[in-house]
Ligand binder design. Structure first.
Ligand SMILES: Cc1cc2nc3c(=O)[nH]c(=O)nc-3n(C[C@H](O)[C@H](O)[C@H](O)COP(=O)(O)O)c2cc1C
Length: 331
């Protein structure tokens, strides 16, 4: 049974991991229907896309319901990061996060993401400049190491340097990244998880808010990690098994009301889909995010099949979701 003190509950206790192409504003809206409390992150947006792209709303727009919401930036030029932080503050984001964990080649050639772990001074300079440019909090998401630089002392040194800038919010993906030889996808599974590194960081930096990320798939996992660190960040499981997150308001945020059913959530998301289609968003962009909502229910496979086979068809309407849900036997 969850045990909540009367103290204010930490809003960063459970967060949604930033995931390129997955955690766009439509998925975040869906997840907000599932949990009122989970802290949401955008996908990584590069400073280059914001500064040189010609469509700011495409990169920065979100739905009001999404708060609390962090914009994740990819970049390593302090003044560009500062400028993007200022835009984020104007747009009303609650926090900006610097990505120091993405291992893709494209990101490495732009000299940001995980390869920044080898340059703690530059990371600290970026974070210090970001902090100076805005009043909203600045946070950082890193791996535990890269390539052969994977000793706890190196992670400790990075966190020490960054925390000296005044940065207090750290999320650690508890596996290192191999920058050469492994794809981004393999880098999410192949290097082993070393949760003990993250637990040790919390002991060494008790004043910092430390969230742990990587391979967390159950409420029991979350509860166990929260006995060592301040927050848990959930990625793939939140996308593929979305309804799992419906329990976190009760377990971790003290909510007492009954959680919404899967079908309630689907109906409310269908209303949103209708509105978005009126604005010109293609149905297929909106339906792909619900495929994980019925995970584990009898008929979930048919639900996914009906949506996947029909969402791209001309003149298809949002009602497709309601029709597909008739296949499912769940609460
Ligand atoms: C499709 C996909 C895209 C991702 N994109 C990003 C990203 O934009 N920024 C980032 O920091 N991490 C990104 N990640 C990594 C996740 O944030 C997370 O660290 C990783 O999936 C491990 O957490 P999990 O085991 O709970 O999924 C991505 C992961 C996936 C699966």
């Amino acid at each position: 049974m969850p045990n909540h003190s009367l103290q204010k509950i930490d809003p960063r206790k459970v967060s949604l991991a930033p995931m390129l192409d997955w955690t766009d504003k439509h998925f975040r809206y869906l997840l907000r229907l599932v949990s009122k409390n989970i802290w949401l992150y955008t996908e990584m947006v590069t400073t280059g896309a914001i500064i040189h792209g010609n469509n700011l709303p495409r990169f920065l727009a979100y739905n009001d319901q999404e708060h609390p919401l962090t914009l994740q930036l990819g970049g390593s030029i302090p003044k560009d990061l500062a400028y993007c932080c200022q835009l984020a503050e104007q747009y009303g984001y609650d926090e900006v996060n610097l990505n120091v964990g993405c291992p893709s080649d494209r990101v490495q050639s732009g000299a940001f993401g995980a390869c920044l772990m080898a340059k703690p001074e530059l990371v600290a300079e970026c974070i210090a400049t970001m902090i100076d440019s805005v009043t909203i909090p600045i946070s950082i998401k890193t791996r535990i190491g890269i390539d052969h630089e994977d000793h706890y002392e190196q992670l400790h040194a990075l966190v020490e340097k960054v925390s000296q800038t005044g940065c207090r919010y750290f999320t650690i993906h508890a596996r290192k990244a191999w920058l050469e030889g492994l794809s981004p996808k393999q880098n999410r599974d192949v290097p082993p998880l070393r949760y003990e590194f993250v637990y040790q960081l919390k002991k060494d930096f008790p004043e910092c808010h430390i969230s742990i990320n990587g391979g967390i798939t159950t409420l029991a996992d979350m509860q166990q990690h929260l006995t060592h660190v301040d927050g848990v960040m959930i990625g793939r499981e939140a996308y593929h098994n979305t309804y799992l997150m419906a329990d976190i308001d009760h377990y971790f945020y003290g909510a007492t009301e009954t959680k919404p059913s899967r079908k309630d959530i689907l109906h409310r998301y269908t209303d949103y889909v209708e509105q978005e289609m009126i604005k010109g968003v293609p149905l297929i962009y909106l339906t792909r995010h619900v495929l994980g909502l019925m995970h584990g229910c009898y008929g979930a496979k048919n639900f996914r099949r009906i949506i996947s086979e029909n969402a791209w068809k001309k003149n298809q309407t949002a009602d497709l979701l309601i029709q597909a849900a008739k296949e499912v036997n769940c609460d």
